[in-house]
Write a protein that binds this ligand. Structure first.
Ligand SMILES: *[C@@H]1O[C@H](CO)[C@@H](O)[C@H](O)[C@H]1NC(C)=O
Ligand SMILES: *[C@@H]1O[C@H](CO)[C@@H](O)[C@H](O)[C@H]1NC(C)=O
Ligand SMILES: *[C@@H]1O[C@H](CO)[C@@H](O)[C@H](O)[C@H]1NC(C)=O
Ligand SMILES: *[C@@H]1O[C@H](CO)[C@@H](O)[C@H](O)[C@H]1NC(C)=O
Ligand SMILES: *[C@@H]1O[C@H](CO)[C@@H](O)[C@H](O)[C@H]1NC(C)=O
Ligand SMILES: *[C@@H]1O[C@H](CO)[C@@H](O)[C@H](O)[C@H]1NC(C)=O
Ligand SMILES: *[C@@H]1O[C@H](CO)[C@@H](O)[C@H](O)[C@H]1NC(C)=O
Ligand SMILES: *[C@@H]1O[C@H](CO)[C@@H](O)[C@H](O)[C@H]1NC(C)=O
Ligand SMILES: *[C@@H]1O[C@H](CO)[C@@H](O)[C@H](O)[C@H]1NC(C)=O
Length: 857
């Protein structure tokens, strides 16, 4: 399995994405060094990075600058420069004897002049402790599909008053972008080993590497929000939960205060203890499942310290909930009772366990599972966890493991990317393609923060997260296509694309938009603004203009032109042309007079779409997606299907927009491509999120959310609702299963909607949200079902009421339609590749209408 690429941790500094204003919480003794920098400089978080030169004590080193800034790096600091070492070299840092320290190393494997980080393999040794050996930052980043990585170590106290950090190339050169040395209290003790109750491990004197640090049931906590100035990063645990049942999350009530009592605040910040994941309140269900997390990329033959953080702010007495804790299928703790441990409601505590992971089948994992201890007859059958940290303990003075292998699919994908870019010299594109990973978790986590805290502002300088947020979703394709004003992106375009698309002059753009007059702005996105305009004296267009200060997204710009120029379909927004002149970049699209679907569902006064019209819109959008999946030369997965990406023209025809995130696959014969998680929260396929395997079915899931959104006229995520209702997908499925979906149907539709039609529609949407991609219908099936819904509604609108009597017939027709359609579908997958004139859909609409319409037969 290609589990290696999947959501592993690596302390990617999300802080870069979340512009927490406020000063750095670094204490006076901390060293925060930007390697290769000549003067101090601040990152997006306002943390100051000092130059590193004065700590270098030997060896050949040079300061170099990266040639390309990955879009996930929102600030120059510290990643855009590196210090490279062509021979063994050392840093010497002053430290307090007998103090424990966090050491963080930052690596951004890029092209530094003639030094390509892909060719760098090196070791890093701290005093006599080997941290990294034959380490390739490039391979590691690729395996994690991230642009950069951070390694965090906790160095045991020593009697020395300095720390010697040695970099030694084994192949090529060694490099580092940032070094942090942060004093920390000694927070470890003697720990019992799981399975060997008579054996203990002295964690006090152990060196460690942080593997995972999660805020269970809560959201990302940035370094600035960590306690005691330790600048740790805590991540959301959701991606690591396992199985269909991931329990429920909860948050401390206002009337309960978290009281640390004797426990030092440095153990973990308040945020960790004020959120929890527990099993839920169904006794019968809880009895039959384990609340489970799975952690991957665990190197065997090491011991791991697992620290579990608990705080019960809900129950008040011992024996109300009692549970067993299993680590790697062994009992780590039986009869855990948080209140009994901590002494009361709202009092945090933690427990440490050490587990030895033996060399097994290869894909080493660490399993953590909780289950109610029924034998103790607790009042409730439940289990809970507030936080978890996993540290690798050093063995024989080493913490190094082998380089992970990028999955085959990833490598294949990268190869595709190279050919697709039609540009063999530009390494930038490859890195750009590989890069999103760092942003992936980042953006998702940032969204959680925004959603749950209901903050209006996610980022400052960083803009692309905003386009992920349905809440902030802007008008007209809030695309991730941040367009660079600095580079001549069109020079990288394939000549085919240049031929298909018209090149506008900047003067034309200015004229079209009345010199980019504010009154013509119809939307704002990460890349800048969208204007409506008029070209050729009469053709209405929408013009995306790059934000001249944005350095990001040349790659996205090219991708969008390449793809859109090749795709022509009635239900896709067409790219008419582009402009690339005087450091200005614009994309010119068809103008969609009626804006986004979302604003017609639940915004302002416009909410007046009949059921029939909604169905027609769904059908249009489904055709557009169907074409992307099967009709074009490449299989294209949209990746960001949502109601703000479905636009309406003056005839209410739906068109799918925004391919900035799209991904092409070869023939998809492998069934999926492994890639980074992108998309909008609330629409994200849980399977994709967990496995990072992208298939057409990920779009199907998102489309299912869109269908429910259309039926219920409410956003995919609405944080102002009670917790269980926040996510539309969860809530609608819940109501559907309970048979009370009608309660949440858009009141505008009450009495005007044919019950059969609604039922069919809801069943279809439900199937789209199936947990496993394989169980979800194809767009072909969806289209068919939607056509049937429309037919049922039209029958009612035309006065026909005997839908029941036709059931047999329609079912029969269903089979026919299916057969026919499969035939159409298989006969030639490469429709559209022959010419780029309007290749319409696969005529599925006509086929359906003929067969389904009883009057037509
Ligand atoms: C996180 O830190 C920022 C400033 O550093 C602060 O404004 C914000 O309230 C903090 N968030 C939480 C949840 O404490
Ligand atoms: C806090 O409020 C909730 C309901 O709002 C109540 O059920 C609970 O008993 C209260 N807890 C305390 C300690 O007052
Ligand atoms: C634990 O058990 C599960 C299910 O029985 C199994 O899939 C998994 O591989 C086991 N994990 C370990 C580390 O043995
Ligand atoms: C929970 O996990 C433990 C340890 O792996 C296992 O023995 C037990 O059967 C599991 N229980 C359920 C209900 O899956
Ligand atoms: C170094 O790592 C690479 C990539 O994982 C591996 O192919 C090579 O054999 C390693 N070399 C040594 C000396 O371990
Ligand atoms: C960008 O590249 C194109 C094609 O190579 C060229 O015609 C155009 O003049 C360039 N524009 C700028 C601003 O350099
Ligand atoms: C909504 O309707 C009211 C009265 O009909 C009008 O005053 C208001 O401007 C409208 N708002 C929008 C956003 O169209
Ligand atoms: C909604 O549309 C119907 C028919 O198109 C019209 O009769 C009705 O007045 C409209 N309602 C509003 C609030 O605009
Ligand atoms: C589809 O059409 C293309 C172009 O005409 C042709 O090369 C290809 O062989 C056809 N494929 C099938 C499966 O018929």
């Amino acid at each position: 399995m290609n589990a290696k690429t999947q959501g592993l941790f690596f302390l990617v500094s999300l802080s870069l994405l979340c512009n927490a204003h406020g000063k750095s919480s670094d204490t006076a003794d901390s060293l925060v060094l930007g390697c290769g920098w000549e003067s101090s400089s601040s990152d997006a978080d306002g943390r100051k990075w000092e130059p590193d030169a004065k700590f270098i004590t030997g060896g050949n080193s040079a300061s170099v600058r990266a040639q390309f800034q990955d879009p996930s790096l929102v600030s120059d600091t510290p990643y855009m420069t590196a210090r490279i070492f062509t021979s063994k070299a050392t840093y010497k840092f002053p430290v307090k004897p007998n103090g424990r320290y966090f050491l963080r190393l930052h690596f951004y494997p890029a092209l530094y002049g003639s030094n390509n980080a892909e060719e760098a393999y090196f070791s890093v040794v701290a005093n006599d402790l080997t941290l990294l050996k034959n380490f390739s930052a490039s391979l590691t980043c690729k395996a994690l599909t991230q642009a950069y990585i951070i390694r965090e170590y906790s160095l045991a106290p020593s009697t020395l008053d300095s720390l010697t950090l040695t970099f030694e190339p084994s192949v090529g050169f060694a490099f580092v972008n940032g070094i942090e040395l942060i004093p920390m209290p000694d927070m470890f003790d003697t720990v019992t080993m799981i399975g060997f109750s008579d054996q203990t491990v002295d964690a006090k004197t152990s060196n460690m590497q942080t593997m995972y640090r999660l805020n269970v049931g809560g959201q990302y906590v940035s370094p600035n929000n960590d306690s005691a100035g330790l600048t740790r990063t805590w991540y959301d645990d959701l991606p690591y939960t396992y199985g269909a049942q991931s329990g429920v999350t909860n948050q401390v009530e206002k009337n309960v205060t978290i009281d640390y009592k004797d426990m030092p605040a440095s153990v973990a910040p308040m945020d960790i203890y004020s959120t929890v994941r527990s099993m839920g309140n169904d006794k019968a269900i809880n009895q039959n499942y384990n609340l489970t997390w799975v952690f991957q990329q665990i190197d065997p033959n090491y011991m791991y310290l697992v620290r579990l953080h608990f705080c019960d702010f809900y129950y008040t007495k011992p024996n109300q909930i009692v549970f067993n804790i299993y680590i790697n299928n062994q009992t780590a703790q039986s009869e855990a009772d948080v209140i009994a441990w901590s002494g009361g409601q709202g009092v945090p505590t933690y427990k440490d366990f050490v587990v030895y992971v033996v060399d097994g089948k290869g894909d080493e994992e660490l399993w953590l599972a909780l289950h109610p201890a029924i034998e103790t007859k607790p009042e409730f059958y439940d289990a809970q966890l507030n936080g978890v940290e996993i540290f690798k303990l050093d063995m024989k003075k080493s913490l190094a493991g082998p380089n992970p292998k990028p999955s085959d699919l990833y490598l294949k994908d990268e190869e595709e990317q190279k050919t697709f870019d039609d540009d063999k010299t530009s390494n930038a594109n490859v890195i750009g393609g590989a890069a999103g990973g760092a942003a992936a978790f980042g953006a998702v986590a940032a969204i959680c923060i925004a959603v749950y805290q209901r903050k209006k502002r996610v980022t400052g300088t960083e803009s692309h997260t905003s386009s992920w947020l349905p809440i902030y979703g802007s008008h007209t394709s809030a695309s991730k296509s941040t367009i660079s004003g600095k580079s001549n992106a069109s020079s990288h375009l394939s000549s085919a694309a240049q031929g298909r698309c018209r090149r506008f002059t900047f003067a034309e753009m200015k004229h079209a938009t009345k010199n980019f007059d504010e009154s013509n702005v119809i939307g704002v996105g990460g890349f800048g603004k969208v204007y409506k305009g008029m070209v050729d004296a009469g053709t209405k267009v929408a013009i995306k203009r790059s934000n001249p200060s944005s350095e990001q997204g040349v790659h996205e710009f090219q991708t969008e032109i390449e793809m859109l120029s090749e795709l022509r379909h009635k239900h896709l927004v067409s790219l008419i042309g582009f402009c690339d002149e005087d450091n200005e970049m614009c994309l010119v699209y068809d103008y969609m007079a009626r804006g986004t679907l979302r604003e017609h569902l639940y915004k302002g006064n416009k909410t007046n779409l009949s059921w029939k019209r909604r169905l027609e819109i769904c059908i249009g959008a489904a055709k557009g997606l169907h074409y992307l999946h099967t009709g074009a030369k490449w299989t294209i997965i949209h990746r960001d299907v949502k109601t703000t990406n479905i636009l309406l023209d003056e005839h209410w025809d739906a068109k799918v927009s925004d391919f900035g995130l799209s991904k092409t696959g070869p023939e998809m014969s492998a069934g999926h491509v492994s890639t980074v998680v992108k998309g909008s929260f609330g629409y994200l396929d849980p399977e994709y999120f967990r496995r990072q395997q992208l298939t057409e079915k990920s779009d199907v899931y998102s489309f299912g959310v869109v269908l429910f959104e259309i039926l219920c006229a409410r956003p995919a995520l609405n944080p102002s609702l009670p917790k269980e209702q926040v996510s539309l997908a969860d809530w609608a499925l819940h109501c559907q299963k309970k048979g009370v979906l009608e309660d949440i149907v858009d009141p505008h539709l009450k009495g005007k909607i044919n019950q059969e039609s609604m039922k069919k529609f809801a069943d279809t949407a439900e199937k789209c949200l199936a947990d496993h991609g394989l169980d979800r219908p194809t767009l072909n099936d969806i289209l068919w079902n939607l056509e049937l819904c429309l037919q049922l509604q039209e029958n009612m609108d035309n006065g026909g009421s005997s839908t029941h009597s036709r059931r047999g017939e329609t079912n029969h027709n269903e089979a026919n339609a299916r057969n026919q359609n499969t035939a159409t579908h298989n006969s030639n997958r490469s429709l559209g590749s022959e010419s780029d004139v309007d290749v319409n859909d696969l005529n599925t609409g006509e086929v359906f209408s003929q067969i389904v319409n009883p009057k037509g037969r």
